[in-house]
Design a protein around this ligand. Sequence first.
Ligand code: GLP
Length: 239
Amino acid sequence: MDRFIAADPLAASERVAEEVLRLLAAPRPVVLGVAAGATPRMLYRLLVEARPSVGRVDVVLLDEYVGVGPLAPHSFRQQIHHELTGPLGVLDERVHSLNGLAPDPVVECEHFERLINRLGGIDLQLLGIGRNGHIGFNEPGALATSRSRVVDLTSSTREANAGAFGSAELVPMKALTQGLGTISDADRVILMAFGDAKAEALAAAVDGPVTAAVPASILQTHPNALVVADQAAARLLRS
Ligand code: GLP
């Protein structure tokens, strides 16, 4: 797992933006995997400012809350629409996400896996990291081979994500997420981590053992993974 430690989140986001823009400029269809949450916000702003051509890109989301539909204001789908795909002009039919309102979540996840396969797989998957080491909504204990599925959220994740819902009790108990196996199938993975609160999780993921207790540690086994962190998040990494 390569590392890029930047002075601050802006410099880190610029590094990632460069790579995403290079991918978008490829003379072929591309599939970009995106994460919701606060971490990639600056990156998405940089991408929008760069006004790349997006005629050949499909965008695939990582996860969504169960019970939250694609049009709900606090859905990850809407976050990505407002911050990235809308301003970039990506057609809605080329943005793909798990539907938290699907009548049968198991079937929804199977369709989603098939869709990713039909698109030819994900070229570049962007990831944030939870304070307990989760990626997507793969909480501690998730299997390395897991595929898209319904998961229970831990109380720490529900607390961390309370913002959009007003309070932790209002955050759904369950979510749909790409599995660790799904994420690992991407050709390239970039994990972004900013701020002091991510330092412990990042150190465990990057320098600790590969273990289900720290889902992001699976990326150590990925042949083409990059960690991009600011100084604060990188403060506990071995040099
Ligand atoms: C959330 C999401 C992830 C996100 C991560 C970090 O729970 N499921 O997709 O990457 O946790 O979020 P943030 O960037 O807001 O710290």
